[in-house]
Write a protein that binds this ligand. Structure first.
Ligand SMILES: Cc1cc2nc3c(=O)[nH]c(=O)nc-3n(C[C@H](O)[C@H](O)[C@H](O)COP(=O)(O)O)c2cc1C
Length: 236
């Protein structure tokens, strides 16, 4: 039996209908998210600050904007919360903007067996994976050779990163890399995921992250772009 069922997720996040996500609480913690606010204070490996961003790692590090950068992203198209059925996932919208603005390459983390297009079915599979600590096989493993800076993006799934992101980051050598994390969500903010990235990616320096609601990323491209611009400027 699942320890965290879809029904439970809907109860604690308020996602029982595809309606407003205001004040939505995440699966692992309750928070009101403010899109893309950049926290100046570090919270090393701990609970993220209330403005939905955190700077979980060691020292401030500049983000490269040359050809040595990679956008590494997990995102899912199909039916999703608050945006209907989309051809490009919310996090991918941001990933493409970041790649275009920085000149970075882009690699998509994809589960070998794609997730269902239907939102409920995807939620069911995702929570099973989370509860079992699955590390699903990927369609292709990313390769970080030659990259100094990695913009690592993912949605919040059940208050955590999707399990394929773990498959990828646990298999990679992060020594000497700079990770600039970003995520989208439906109310949970970054839910401590940036600190998890810092913990999992030994040897990397993790910068301040960008957190944005999925509906903003998908439906308000001007706001999304300006928040990305502010974030990238804060890194350089
Ligand atoms: C399986 C699943 C679980 C989710 N869990 C959460 C959650 O715990 N908290 C939250 O705020 N949003 C949650 N969401 C909503 C997504 O984080 C949000 O829609 C995000 O923008 C999706 O990004 P994508 O289109 O790049 O996949 C969940 C969505 C799915 C499909």
């Amino acid at each position: 039996m699942n320890t965290l069922t879809r029904r439970r997720f809907l109860q604690i996040t308020g996602l029982s209908t595809l309606g407003a996500a205001t004040g939505l609480a995440g699966c692992s913690e309750s928070r009101n998210a403010t899109d893309a606010s950049i926290s100046a204070s570090a919270s090393s490996g701990g609970t993220p600050s209330g403005d939905a961003t955190s700077k979980p790692s060691t020292s401030a590090a500049p983000a490269a904007s040359s050809g040595t950068s990679l956008v590494l992203v997990f995102s899912r198209a199909g039916e999703n919360y608050g945006v209907g059925t989309v051809e490009v996932g919310n996090t991918m919208v941001l990933a493409r903007m970041i790649a275009e603005k920085t000149g970075a390459d882009l690699f998509e983390i994809e589960r070998a067996e794609p997730y269902p297009d239907a939102y409920d079915a995807c939620c069911d599979e995702a929570v099973d994976e989370k509860n079992s600590g699955a590390r699903p096989e990927l369609a292709e493993m990313p390769n970080l050779s030659g990259y100094d800076t990695v913009y690592l993006g993912f949605p919040c799934w059940w208050g955590d990163m999707p399990m394929p992101v773990y498959t990828a980051i646990e298999a990679l050598d992060w020594g000497g890399k700079t990770i600039c994390p970003f995520n989208t969500h439906a109310g949970s903010g970054e839910a401590g995921m940036f600190a998890t990235v810092a913990r999992k990616c030994a040897g990397a320096t993790v910068t301040s992250g960008l957190t944005m609601s999925g509906t903003t990323a998908q439906n308000d491209r001007n706001t999304a772009e300006s928040q990305i611009d502010n974030w990238l400027a804060s890194l350089s």
